[in-house]
Design a protein around this ligand. Structure first.
Ligand SMILES: *Cc1c(COP(=O)(O)O)cnc(C)c1O
Length: 385
């Protein structure tokens, strides 16, 4: 049983730890017809476009549900019935995108690299040259399965040069890693409330190129996920088409205000970078190694090799660390025993340092030796002299 009565710190890629101000913004009930609630929705949409410098070219369409609902809405609405989408895969979210395209009955091709190998612009250039029937490219910016970063800028340039359409799953990167619509051409970028903007989970949003979305009336085969209808209804009435997740919208708005107050994307990235560096320094002390080459690692979530000990079992490690107040995330790799640690959320370097201590203590309690357990022992011996 845990003796920790406060909420644990979530070192997970969403839901994540939110600030007290964001949590308390959920303590009000809003009517969906209320002008003050609809003003909040409008402000959220405007602020999201601002983050990507996209207000002249794109519109922001929010959508109820988890992030996947918004990806499905974007693809089903923007990929024509006779379109052909190429999905670039190096993890579970790439596979999920390919699966949802296939399930809606549209043509899909996949290009898959191992989980520790980014897709390159050269790959995409070659694939688009070889198959001129491909109309759309789906890219996962930061593939959260491992934390690998795919080269968005270079790939976007190649897709634009081939005059194809780019759909970006920027779920775990938006707000932390820079995306400027004036420099990175895309037709849709999708993210959600409960990731790097640090809101609660429950809604996603699509930044869609206005001239493209305008033409897609009647293309979507799903009623609730029709992004065109959601957009036109919202433009006409200021309201959400179906019941809005009012508490989530209000809290997400509050999180966006804090995002701006903190200094926007650059400040958010700097904090996450510090979280990541603090975590990695701690992992090195414990003799634990990261799965990815640091050159292709985003400071969002880190995959760490489990200690090579017969005493190690993730479930037990997870429970011990959680009882100390920190929630880890399981690994998603088949080829190696790993666990994941998120660097995002309303947390800083202090929380990361404390999390490292919790992990060190948990490993000791499991009878797993770490370099850190040896270091104090030597110090103590030297002191005794
Ligand atoms: C979180 C996430 C999603 C959405 O997952 P949901 O469980 O639907 O919220 C999609 N893609 C990536 C890369 C993600 O990190």
């Amino acid at each position: 049983m845990s003796l920790v009565s406060r909420d644990p710190i979530l070192l997970t890629p969403g839901p994540l730890t939110t600030s007290l101000a964001t949590k308390t913004a959920m303590l009000r009930d809003w009517g969906s017809w209320d002008a003050s609630f609809n003003a909040i929705t409008a402000d959220v949409r405007r602020m999201l476009l601002d983050i990507a410098n996209a207000k002249e070219t794109h519109v922001c369409v929010p959508m109820q549900g988890s992030g996947t609902f918004s990806i499905e809405a974007a693809v089903n609405t923007l990929l024509p019935r006779d379109g052909h989408m190429l999905v670039l895969i190096n993890g579970a979210y790439g596979k999920r995108m390919a699966k949802l395209v296939q399930m809606m009955g549209r043509q899909v091709s996949v290009f898959e690299t191992p989980e520790d190998v980014p897709t390159t612009a050269a790959d995409v250039d070659r694939l688009l040259t070889a198959d001129t029937s491909i109309t759309h490219v789906g890219l996962i910016h930061c593939e959260t399965s491992t934390g690998i970063l795919n080269p968005l800028h270079d790939i976007a340039e190649v897709v634009a040069r081939h005059k194809r359409s780019l759909i970006i799953d920027a779920m775990s990167s938006f707000g932390a890693l820079p995306v400027n619509a004036k420099e990175v051409p895309f037709d849709a970028l999708i993210a959600a409330s409960g990731k790097c903007i640090e809101g609660p989970p429950g809604m996603g949003f699509v930044l869609a190129r206005r001239t493209v979305l305008e033409k897609m009336e009647g293309n979507c085969t799903s009623l609730s996920l029709d992004l065109f209808d959601q957009w036109t209804y919202m433009e006409k009435t200021t309201q959400w088409r179906f019941t809005p997740p009012t508490h989530i919208v209000a809290a997400f708005h509050q999180a966006l205000l804090q995002f701006v107050a903190e200094g926007g994307q650059t400040a958010r990235l700097a904090r996450y970078q510090k979280n990541y560096e603090t975590l990695m320094a701690g992992m090195a002390e414990l003799g634990l190694k990261q799965f990815l080459d640091p050159k292709i690692q985003a400071p969002i979530i880190v995959t760490v090799h489990a200690p090579a000990s017969d005493n190690y079992e993730f479930k037990r490690f997870y429970n011990q660390v959680r009882d100390k107040g920190y929630v880890l995330y399981p690994g998603k790799l088949t080829q190696a025993e790993t666990f994941r640690v998120g660097c995002i959320g309303a947390i800083g370097a202090d929380e990361m340092r404390q999390a490292v201590h919790a992990m060190a203590d948990a490993l000791r309690e499991m009878g797993i030796s770490t370099k850190a357990t040896k270091a104090p022992a030597t110090k103590a011996a030297a002191h005794a002299l």
